[in-house]
Ligand binder design. Structure first.
Ligand code: ZN
Length: 400
């Protein structure tokens, strides 16, 4: 599709020092670029049309000068993004694409210079105004206007007649995507791909039974901000939201294995749960979402009331799920935990986050890439879903 005809990025270089840094990306044709900066953490975002990145593995892990590291990938159909993590506040002196010349291919060139924090914050304001003038190139990340497309694409053909379909909706949320790889195994497998495969298998299992409608927050390699995932669950009035992830443990921290099920809580149930929630909540910073203007669309008091009931349901489902999962795969030694995951914060949708296993563990990784394991484990999740929603239908039967 688009990808096969997309411009190709084939090489990248960073030159300069902590005062002035130049980023150069080799392309096979000219493209448009929009550059803007974000604070907290300091980042520079480059929005470009969909690009086929054919950069050497490991590109961006280590930067130079003002660019500490950078990432790249798809953020929406037809749109790619490059995110620089900055070493400190910087000004975008220039961001443009040069014609091929002197034996060099067309190049995207970005020049940054160091500035103080006050000037940086000032430049954010003026950048923001300019960005609104040229809206089309900038992906509407976190903007609810984008939801329609995501959901429409996500509803599979098997679900049919959405308007008259009164079946309960289950939102499956494969973590990460696009520019955000999630955890990465030493052998190179990325969480974003492993959890998408699992979610697709799970969707198939749930839809086979015909009782529920499945909506995916993403069904391809696209970045979706956390608030957007929550918004999809709420706008679909989902009966259940299941976020799917795969964890990793730094080598220094020993070994851990097995699946863990997380629910939302203010205080983490243990240090590992706290570390994990922090890591998962970094997804927006990784994808270049402006965290300072996140919408808060519900009053806190309402959230609190609705959340108490939702929390009970979430915990109920988590326990059912642990029971079913243990027949299909190995569980972590403490399989039920809680922490402040932003993606679980829909006040009115029971939500859990499954860490399927650790990509840092050989045994878990061999499961995660196995189709047999995936089918068996997805089947057990699908059974837990049916049991949970079966109970809820019975217990709320009087209302219908
Ligand atoms: Zn994750």
């Amino acid at each position: 599709m688009v990808a096969s005809t997309a411009p190709i990025a084939s090489g990248v270089r960073i030159a300069g020092d902590g005062q002035r840094t130049r980023f150069i990306l080799d392309l096979d044709r000219k493209i448009d670029v929009r550059a803007f900066a974000l604070a907290d953490p300091y980042r520079v975002i480059l929005d470009v049309p969909q690009v086929n990145f054919q950069l050497p593995p490991g590109s961006g892990q280590a930067g130079r000068g003002l660019i500490r590291a950078f990432r790249y990938g798809l953020v929406m159909p037809g749109g790619s993004r490059i995110v620089f993590d900055l070493a400190g506040p910087a000004r975008i002196e220039n961001a443009s694409v040069l014609d091929a010349a002197n034996g060099q291919p067309p190049r995207l060139v970005v020049e940054l210079s160091a500035i103080d924090q006050a000037s940086f914050m000032q430049s954010l304001k003026t950048d923001g105004l300019k960005a609104e003038d040229k809206a089309p190139l900038r992906p509407a990340l976190g903007d609810t206007g984008a939801t329609g497309t995501v959901v429409a694409d996500a509803v599979g053909p098997a679900t049919g007649g959405e308007a008259t379909d009164s079946r309960p909706v289950i939102v499956l949320d494969p973590g990460h995507g696009g520019i955000d790889n999630g955890t990465v195994a030493r052998s190179g497998e990325a969480e974003k791909a492993l959890v998408l495969d699992f979610a697709m298998a799970l969707r198939e299992q749930i839809e086979k039974a015909g009782k529920f409608r499945v909506v995916m927050t993403r069904s391809d390699d696209t970045f979706i901000p956390l608030a957007e995932r929550v918004h999809i669950a709420r706008s679909q009035k989902a009966a259940l939201f299941v976020s799917i992830h795969a964890d990793a443990l730094p080598r220094a921290e020993g070994n851990a294995e097995g699946a863990t099920i997380y629910t939302l809580s203010d205080r983490a149930s243990d240090a590992e749960a706290g570390r994990l929630a922090e890591a998962e909540n970094r997804a927006d910073a990784i994808g270049g979402v402006n965290l300072t203007d996140e919408p808060t669309d519900v009053a806190d008091i309402l959230i609190d009331l609705a959340q108490r009931e939702t929390k009970t349901f979430s915990n109920q489902f988590a326990r059912l799920l642990a029971d079913e999962l243990k027949g299909a795969t190995r569980l972590h030694k403490h399989p039920l935990k809680s922490a402040g995951f932003r993606v679980l914060k829909a006040p009115d949708v029971p939500s859990v986050l499954i860490e399927l296993g650790y990509v840092s563990d050989k045994g878990d990784l061999s499961h995660l890439v196995s189709e047999t394991w995936r089918a068996r484990t997805a089947n057990s999740v699908s059974r837990a879903v049916a049991m949970f929603l079966g109970r809820r239908v019975v217990s709320s039967g009087g209302a219908n």
